[in-house]
Design a protein around this ligand. Sequence first.
Ligand code: NAD
Length: 249
Amino acid sequence: MSEFEGLVAAVTGGASGIGLATARLLAAKGARVAVLDLKPDDVPEPLAGFRCDVSSDDEARSAVDAVAERFGRLDVLVNNAGIGAQGDVTANSDDEWHRVFDVNVVGMVRLTRAALPHLKASPSAVVVNTCSIAAWAGLPARALYSATKGAVLSLTLAMATDHLPDRVRVNCVCPGTADTPWVGRLLDTAADPAAERDALAARQPMGRLVTAEEVANAIAYLASPLSSSTTGTALAVDGGMYGLRPRGP
Ligand code: NAD
């Protein structure tokens, strides 16, 4: 498959997990792929790593400029970098609320702002944001994280509306719990990691964690001409967690 032949994609947080699976898939489908991450040196060939902390406007702008200079264009932006936070609404300080919003939400704004001039020049311009089932599932002990992903959902709709005249499509994916290094780190802190993993899997009707590659498939679909009529939508990749949730009588 080569539906990305000739196109250039930038994937934030592409050095690990969902971002890495996405970067690899887009490259396998013909794109030249830039990974924008805190750890650009970890990125395997043929991906090109660029240093970028999405919480810095200077770094966002210089990374996007470096990608455009290296490849001569930018067609696909995958805003995927994100960090977690645990606990109910009493668990995190104001500084932590600002910090997680700064990475998970404003980070997407910074990258999109920097990328828009290049995207507007592309006949195949797309932004895909990595949201989460946390945006709408009311997950326990995830108040701050869920609030950031609710904001990502709303931001996706706003961006899709505002950039319709620019012919830039904007969509998001909402993964359920996915088997990535992030979740591995979370499990390592549990009293009984195996039991905690089983509990996370059981929460999803399919009874298993989602794979990073399954989320990457959904991102690639939304980034490709296969979804050319789709903008302002959220695609759940969650083992049925949202669609098959228990409903009242
Ligand atoms: P991960 O920790 O495996 O990878 C995250 C990557 O983002 C890392 O390479 C890290 O270096 C990078 N990163 C972190 N902060 C950054 C910053 N400030 N600037 C640039 N890069 C930064 O995580 P993952 O599980 O692959 O998660 C990726 C995205 O998917 C996140 O937005 C997360 O909220 C979302 N998500 C994950 C799950 C899950 O269960 N894993 C579920 C729903 C949504």
